[in-house]
Each structure stands twice: as C-alpha cells, then as structure tokens.
Ligand binder design. Structure first.
Ligand SMILES: NC(=O)c1ccc[n+]([C@@H]2O[C@H](COP(=O)([O-])OP(=O)(O)OC[C@H]3O[C@@H](n4cnc5c(N)ncnc54)[C@H](OP(=O)(O)O)[C@@H]3O)[C@@H](O)[C@H]2O)c1
Length: 253
C-alpha cells in the first residue's frame, strides 16, 4: 500500500497555540493525519481538552508554558520532546485594533515579544540538530492578511505579521541545505476566540462590513488547519519561502 503524500504518519509535529482556535484545529488535524503532536499553549485546562479531543491522550503530549518565558522553555522543552521534530506550526499570537496615536512603547514590546520574538526564539531552539529530524521538515508561521495589506488600527498587529513573512523567506534560504522548509500562512478573518474578541465583533455594522470583504464568507479554523497540514506534509516538499494566503478572497479585491 502506498502512503498518501498528504499523510503525516511517522512525523512529530509541534503546534503552538494548541489551546484555542486555529492552533487547536491544526493540532487535531495533524493528529488525525497520523502525526504525533506536541501541543503548546498557556492554559493547561484548554490544552488538556485539545489532548482529549484527539482520542489518543497517551500518544500525544502537551506543554503548558508562556512562550515569552525563555527560562521555562529551556527547562521544559527537552523533557517533552520524545522524538526529533519533523515540523512546527506557530499559531500562538495576540491581536488588537489600536489607533496609531494610542500605540505606546509597552504595546510595541508586548506585540513584538509575543508575535515575533517568541516565534524566532522557539524556532532557534528547535532547529538544534538534536531536536529536529536529520531528514529535514517544515516550519509554518501564522501570519495574516494584515501582514500584506493595511487597515486602520492595524499598524501594530500588521507590523508583527509582516516581520514573520520577511523572516520566513530568509530562513527558507538559510535552512534549505538541511531540507528544512519555512513558509507562512496568511488567513483573512477566521471564526475563533481571537476574532470574537475583536472590536468589529461587537458592532453589527462593522461585522457586516468585514463579512462583505470576504467573498467566500468568514473562515473556519479548519480551513486554515488544512493549509497547515498541507505545508507540513511531503506533498509540499518543493515549497519553501512562500506565503499561502487563505482568506476567502479578501486580498483578491
Ligand atoms: N482568527 C483570525 O481571524 C486570524 C486571522 C489572521 C491570522 N490569525 C493568526 O492566527 C493565529 C491563531 O489565532 P487564533 O484566532 O486561533 O487565536 P486564539 O484563538 O486567540 O488563540 C491564540 C493562541 O495563542 C496562544 N498564546 C498567546 N500568547 C501566548 C504566549 N505568550 N505563550 C503561549 N501561548 C500563547 C493562546 O494560548 P492560551 O489561550 O493558552 O493563553 C492561544 O492558544 C494567531 O497568530 C493570529 O494572529 C488569526
């Protein structure tokens, strides 16, 4: 029997943000496609829920940690990585809509710390030859259409997502000799706790306007998870340094 190139069997995949939204959907789809999944997030209760939803809690692992806490990561990560990684999807992130005149130093620090620096510190740790498969693999960063286009109040968030797009292109070139691929996924608005907490979700008219800008309607977390699984799989083995836009047509207009 031949294995599908889309299968993740025999791969160990780390998913950050696995306690919620897109990260949870990605962790579950990776597990469904045969991967052993290490699920990272801060909220231990919701991580345990994700683990339970896999139906194989003994096979997968969770790690409750703040990705901005480098000391905790240094201490905890090696203990939960039972086999070298074939891939990582970095979904953990924070979002806001904040007029530029209100952006302060503390916001810049918080957003770059969480959305950019945490991603890069984690990636650097995982790329150590002892932790990442010798056969290579795939790293996916969750960017956003806000890293590609602008919108009022999105300077702060958009800058952090644009930084991930730039980083992934150079990382793709630097790690091609080790056959480690780097790609981004840029979703439009997806129904998750993050978008539910956004200001536009509290205003009927604003929400209708956001909907109207997505010709295929708003996305579901599973729509983005499927794109993540594709980029993790061997079916995408010749794709690196790319940005896969998953936005229901948002950026086509
Ligand atoms: N939803 C959208 O419309 C949309 C659109 C474009 C891009 N994105 C991007 O997609 C990614 C996932 O978004 P989502 O909608 O699934 O958001 P979400 O439901 O709010 O989930 C965010 C996840 O990030 C984790 N996280 C945040 N800060 C962390 C930290 N310091 N350490 C560890 N984990 C941390 C959260 O963990 P805890 O809950 O355990 O704290 C949670 O699991 C984000 O990068 C977001 O920017 C989302």
């Amino acid at each position: 029997m031949t294995t599908s190139p889309f299968s993740l069997a025999d791969k160990t995949i780390l998913v950050t943000g696995a306690s919620s939204g897109i990260g949870r959907a990605t962790a579950l789809l990776c597990a469904q496609q045969g991967a052993r999944v290490l699920m990272l997030g801060r909220n231990a209760e919701r991580l345990a829920e994700t683990l339970g939803m896999t139906g194989r809690p003994d096979f997968h692992r969770v790690l409750s940690v703040d990705l901005c806490d480098q000391e905790a990561l240094e201490a905890l990560l090696p203990g939960v990585l039972l086999s070298p990684l074939s891939g990582m999807v970095h979904c953990a992130g924070i979002s806001t809509t904040l007029p530029f005149r209100m952006v302060r130093e503390q916001h810049l620090q918080q957003f770059f710390e969480t959305n950019v620096f945490a991603a890069l510190h984690l990636t650097r740790r995982l790329l150590k030859p002892a932790l990442f498969s010798e056969a290579g693999g795939s790293v996916v960063f969750l960017s956003s259409v806000m890293g590609l286009t602008g919108s009022p109040g999105k300077t702060l968030y958009g800058m952090t997502k644009g930084a991930l797009l730039s980083a992934s292109r150079s990382l793709a070139l630097e790690y091609a000799p080790r056959k480690i691929r780097f790609n981004c996924i840029s979703p439009g608005v997806v129904a998750t706790p993050m978008s539910a907490a956004a200001v536009y979700s509290r205003d009927e008219q604003a929400l209708a306007e956001i909907r109207a800008r997505h010709p295929l309607g708003l996305g579901e977390a599973d729509d983005v998870a499927a794109a993540c699984v594709y980029l993790l799989s061997d079916a995408a083995r010749w794709i690196t340094g790319s940005n896969l836009v998953v936005d229901g047509g948002y950026t086509s207009q």
